[in-house]
Design a protein around this ligand. Structure first.
Ligand SMILES: N[C@@H](CCC(=O)N[C@@H](CS)C(=O)NCC(=O)O)C(=O)O
Length: 319
């Protein structure tokens, strides 16, 4: 029995090595992307049919770009395209051939992407040439916030609040957005505990900031009239919480509903026009539980609460 256990553990470590690189102490280290530098806004960005935004429904990094696309009403100027996971091949594929490519990896190679780099979503694609101007979500949302849009489209990073927005974004990026992966992909108890502590410290700080905002009659993380990029980057992680990060990645220290202001904030974001349509709980469960084999070898997809009911339940909005 001891040998069997040792063998399984060894196998697990091999599989994790393929899924999630780690440092010597078992901390997950996210690989660098391929097209990460923020390009200037293309002159013909507003021309319908010229550029596309490629997303996968389950990906939280793609979700933030999809949210900016939704909140700023970019449909007329930027085509939204979806890829589907191919769990057998461990990559994204197009539902039908796209610019002659069957998979996202094909498109990356065609665009000159480094062979070692992973073909990730989200990405901007030039629909005329197949070039990939950008594929780092933190930069994609900045570019989309300047993308040609209707006169009344919101600015999600107004100058007056920029420092505060950036400081939340910096904290969430490592501690929350990547933090849930650092919990789920940890290779040692120490790495997991470190990631979990940092994750909950950031969530508690956000909860306190939102409680203070509510006391001042405001709704968002920063003193902006509507949601800002700080709210945009936090939401994709929190909306997947009970469906995947808590059960599969072990993001458990206290239930989210105990962070009451954060819970109310999540409901507010979810109920913004168009946002619910970006939340695909079935895809999250299927792709995380079905595709992350080393974490969930059975591949069985668990049930889960109805998302809208979950989000709209619980602590009432204060007056
Ligand atoms: N740093 C990237 C990360 C994006 C990322 O990791 N996306 C995942 C889906 S959640 C992906 O496409 N993975 C495919 C792969 O690694 O092969 C970003 O923020 O855009």
């Amino acid at each position: 029995m001891r040998n069997v256990r040792a063998f399984w553990h060894w196998q697990w470590r091999q599989l994790m090595g393929g899924l999630a690189p780690a440092d010597a102490e078992g901390r997950y280290r996210r690989p660098e992307g391929a097209f990460t530098a923020l390009p200037p806004l293309p002159e013909d960005a507003g021309r319908p049919g010229r550029y596309g935004l490629i997303v996968g429904r389950s990906c939280p990094w793609a979700h933030r770009a999809w949210l900016v696309w939704t909140l700023r009403g970019l449909e007329p100027s930027l085509r939204l395209l979806f890829v589907e996971p191919d769990p057998e091949a461990g990559r994204w594929r197009f539902p039908e051939p796209f610019l002659g490519c069957a998979s996202l990896a094909d498109l990356y190679r065609r665009a000159g992407g480094n062979r070692q780099a992973r073909a990730t979503v989200p990405l901007l694609v030039d629909l005329d040439t197949g070039a990939i101007p950008l594929n780092e979500s933190a930069r994609v949302i900045e570019l989309l916030n300047r993308w040609p849009a209707a006169d009344d489209a919101p600015n999600l990073a107004p100058a007056a609040a920029l420092d505060g927005i950036q400081s939340w974004r910096d904290r969430f990026q490592g501690s929350v957005n990547d933090g849930v992966y650092r919990c789920g992909f940890a290779r040692s108890q120490m790495a997991y505990a470190e990631a979990l502590a940092e994750l909950f410290q950031a969530l508690e700080a956000a909860d306190e900031a939102l409680a203070e905002a509510e006391r001042q009659g405001r709704s968002w993380l920063c003193p902006t009239a509507g949601p800002s990029l700080a709210d945009v980057v936090l939401f994709p992680t929190l909306i997947r919480w009970e469906m995947v990060y808590e059960p599969l990645f072990g993001c458990r220290q206290r239930p989210l509903w105990q962070l009451e202001a954060l819970w109310r904030w999540r409901r507010r974001v979810f109920n913004l026009p168009g946002v619910a349509a970006t939340c695909c709980a079935e895809s999250w469960r299927r792709d995380y539980f079905g595709a992350l084999f080393p974490l969930h070898p059975s591949g069985l997809i668990p049930g889960g609460p109805d998302l809208a009911t979950l989000v709209n339940s619980g602590t009432p909005t204060p007056p």
